[in-house]
Design a protein around this ligand. Structure first.
Ligand SMILES: Nc1nc2c(c(=O)[nH]1)N[C@H]1C(S)=C(S)[C@@H](COP(=O)(O)O)O[C@H]1N2
Ligand SMILES: [Mo]
Length: 436
C-alpha cells in the first residue's frame, strides 16, 4: 500500500529548523530567519500572512496555513534556471526555454518539471520503502540501502519527455499545459534496472503490466485520491534501460524530480516515469490508475480532424514517443553575417528508436542540407547534431531542422495529427536569424 508521510512542517521545525525554513521560504533562509516558525505561534503566522486569523480558535494545533504551505512549491522554482518558463505553480509545471536544452546532459536546473498533484513534503530516505507486489511469486519491500547495496547499478543518459510536449502547436488548443518544446530533458540517471527488481520478486505468467504509485497527493488534498498512477507493459518495463533511479547527475534526486527514488522509463510518455515512487504493482491487465483511463495519455487509433470528439473505444494508450529535434543554438533572433558560415546545433531523439539523419533548410523547406548527428552515448539518450549554415545575402532567414529515425520516419513540417489531449506534436522546430 502507498505510505503516507506523517511528518508535517511543524514537526520538521522542531527537528530541523533550517530545512523547514528552506522549504517555506526557499533558499534565502538566513540567520535572522532560522527556525522562524518554530513553535508556530499565532503571532508569527499572522506576521507572515500579513493579517490576523479571525477564526484562530478553530485552528487545529500544528496546522500550517495553506497560504504558507503552498509556498512549499516555490523552492522548486528557486532551484531552476532563470530562463525556465513557468506554466503553472499549482501544480508546478515548468519547461525549459529551448536554448537551455543545449547541454548533452541536462543539469537539474534546466530540467522541466511536470507535477500532477501536490509536491510531497520532504521524505525520509531511511523510512522510505519500495513495495513490489501483485503478479509476483514473492512480494518485496525494499529499503534504500537494499537498492544501493544488493542490486547492480547502471548510469545512463535518458530522455524523459512529457507526452504533451509541443501541445501549444495544436489548434484548437487541447486542455493541458501549453508546452512549446522544452518539456524534455536528458539527465544522467543512476539506479537499478526495474527488470532486476521484478526478477527478484519473480514474475508470474499472468504479469502483463505495471502500476506505479507514489507519495504525492491529489490537488484536492483528498488523501484517498492519487495525483497520477500510470504504468507500462511488462515488455517495455523489462527493458534494461528502464530503471528505478536513485541519483540524478550523480547527486540525490532533487525533491521536484522525485526524491528519493523514481522510475525513469525512457522514450515513453514521461507520465510512465513515476516520481516519489513507493510501489510497483504488477498487474494481470492494463493498469487502470488515474492517468490510465479516459482520454489521458491516449491518442485516436485513426486520424481525426481537429476538434473532433473521439469515442473512448477509438482511443489507445500511447506507447513510444516519436522522432523529434530541437535547435538549441543560436537562439532565435540572432544576427549573423551574410556570406559567413555559422554553426547551428541541437539535440534529436526518437522515443524507443534513434535518429539516423538530420537536415536543415534555410529556404522554407525548398532544399535541405544534411547535418551531422552523433551516435547516442547509450540507447535512449538524445543525440547531438550540428550544421554549418551560410546566409547567402542580407535579410531574414528561418532555419528549419528535421530529424529522421532508423525506421525512415521524419518530422513533418506542419503540426501532425490533432488529437483530443494534444500529444505527440513533433513538427519541425524552426528559429529565425537576421543576416547583416
Ligand atoms: N508521482 C508523480 N510522478 C510523476 C508525475 C506526477 O505528477 N507525480 N508526473 C509525470 C509526468 S506527466 C511527467 S512528464 C514526468 C516529469 O518528470 P520531471 O518533473 O522530473 O521532469 O513525471 C511523471 N511522474
Ligand atoms: Mo507528462
Amino acid at each position: 500500500m502507498t505510505r503516507k508521510i506523517e511528518r508535517g512542517l511543524i514537526e520538521l521545525y522542531h527537528e530541523d529548523p533550517d530545512r523547514a525554513d528552506r522549504l517555506v521560504f526557499g533558499r534565502v533562509a538566513g540567520p535572522d530567519r532560522r527556525g522562524f516558525l518554530r513553535g508556530a505561534g499565532l503571532a508569527s503566522m499572522g506576521a507572515l500572512l500579513g493579517t490576523t486569523i479571525p477564526f484562530n480558535a478553530n485552528m487545529p494545533a500544528g496546522l500550517i496555513p495553506a497560504a504558507l504551505a503552498e509556498t512549499v512549491n516555490e523552492f522548486a522554482f528557486d532551484a531552476k534556471h532563470a530562463d525556465m518558463i513557468v506554466h503553472n505553480d499549482r501544480p508546478v509545471n515548468v519547461e525549459a526555454a529551448v536554448h537551455l536544452l543545449d547541454d548533452d546532459v541536462t543539469p537539474a536546473d534546466k530540467h522541466f518539471i511536470r507535477n500532477n498533484g501536490q509536491m510531497p513534503y520532504p521524505i525520509d530516505r531511511g523510512e522510505w520503502r519500495l513495495t513490489v507486489d501483485g503478479e509476483v511469486n514473492e512480494a518485496l519491500e525494499l529499503t534504500w540501502d537494499q537498492l544501493m547495496n544488493e542490486f547492480e547499478h547502471v548510469t545512463l543518459r535518458l530522455q524523459l519527455e512529457c507526452g504533451g510536449n509541443g501541445r501549444a502547436g495544436f489548434n484548437p488548443l487541447p486542455r493541458g499545459n501549453p508546452w512549446t518544446i522544452g518539456a524534455i530533458g536528458n539527465a544522467e540517471w543512476t539506479g537499478v534496472r526495474v527488470s532486476d527488481i521484478l526478477r527478484r520478486a519473480g514474475l508470474k505468467p499472468s504479469a502483463v503490466y505495471t502500476g506505479h504509485f507514489s507519495y504525492d497527493q491529489h490537488l484536492s488534498g483528498d488523501p484517498d485520491r492519487q495525483a497520477i498512477s500510470r504504468g507500462a507493459p511488462i515488455d517495455k518495463i523489462m527493458d534494461p534501460h528502464s530503471i528505478v533511479a536513485l541519483k540524478m547527475n550523480g547527486g540525490d534526486i532533487p525533491i521536484e524530480h522525485g526524491y528519493p527514488a523514481r522510475i525513469v522509463n525512457p522514450g515513453w510518455p514521461g507520465s510512465t516515469s513515476q516520481k516519489w515512487l513507493t510501489r510497483i504493482w504488477v498487474r494481470d491487465r492494463e493498469h487502470d490508475g488515474p492517468g490510465m483511463t479516459g482520454l489521458s495519455y491516449r491518442v485516436p487509433r485513426h486520424p481525426v480532424s481537429p476538434g473532433t470528439e473521439v469515442a473512448h473505444e477509438d482511443m489507445m494508450v500511447m506507447g513510444s514517443m516519436i522522432v523529434k529535434s530541437a535547435i538549441t543554438d543560436p537562439v532565435a533572433g540572432t544576427e549573423v553575417r551574410a556570406g559567413v558560415p555559422f554553426e547551428v546545433r541541437g539535440q534529436a531523439w526518437a522515443g524507443d528508436d534513434h535518429v539516423t539523419a538530420m537536415e536543415t533548410s534555410i529556404d522554407f523547406g525548398a532544399t535541405w542540407q544534411p547535418a551531422t548527428v552523433e551516435a547516442p552515448p547509450n540507447r535512449y539518450s538524445w543525440q547531438r547534431w550540428r550544421a554549418s549554415i551560410t546566409a547567402p545575402a542580407v535579410g531574414y532567414y528561418e532555419v528549419w531542422a528535421r530529424a529522421t529515425d532508423n525506421r525512415g520516419r521524419s518530422q513533418p513540417m506542419v503540426v501532425p495529427g490533432w488529437n483530443p489531449r494534444g500529444y505527440l506534436n513533433n513538427a519541425c522546430h524552426r528559429i529565425f536569424v537576421t543576416a547583416t
